[in-house]
Ligand binder design. Structure first.
Ligand SMILES: [Zn+2]
Length: 166
């Protein structure tokens, strides 16, 4: 492990998010599992490795699923554009590989997920999410992220609830 430890908790969550995305993509490529089955299996495997707890894996799995569901709404329209949006070119090599791979693998699943998503999902400070734009629900301030992040409070009004777009 050569991970930097600037903010251990944040790095851990973001690292786990990437790992979950990567492993879920692999599982989906192996066979005919649903996205939820693949997420669960990835979480079980990663938590059994001992580096992360089952609770952490489940929490991050839910964040990942939410991002996929949101991205899926757009994926129906223009999947390649979405992949480009979530894979900024200037991030450190490899950082987005897991999520991008998952998006390419799971196009059909994403479309299916999108069909079921009726309302815009809420994003909160402290949660981990993929690149995109978060808009503060209180003051409409926008924050643009080009890599997976742990969501900070609104820099303008310190509110903790956001809408997300890509
Ligand atoms: Zn605000």
């Amino acid at each position: 492990m050569t991970e930097k430890k600037n903010n251990p908790e944040e790095n851990e969550d973001v690292g786990l998010y990437q790992k979950m995305a990567e492993r879920t993509a692999e599982i989906l490529q192996e066979g005919r599992k649903t996205l939820d089955e693949a997420l669960k299996k990835a979480g079980d495997e990663i938590s059994s490795g001992g580096e992360y707890t089952r609770e952490q894996a489940e929490k991050i799995g839910q964040y990942l699923r939410r991002d996929l569901s949101e991205v899926g709404k757009k994926a129906q329209l223009a999947r390649d554009a979405v992949i480009e949006a979530v894979e900024p070119h200037r991030v450190v090599a490899g950082v987005q590989s897991g999520l991008t791979r998952l998006l390419r693998t799971a196009a059909d699943i994403l479309s299916e997920l999108a069909g079921k998503s009726e309302q815009a999902l809420e994003f909160k400070t402290g949660e981990v999410t993929s690149p995109g734009t978060l808009t503060c629900k209180s003051c409409s301030k926008e924050m643009h992220f080009k890599s997976t992040v742990r969501i900070p409070p609104c820099p303008s009004c310190h509110s903790t609830l956001f809408r997300k777009s890509y």
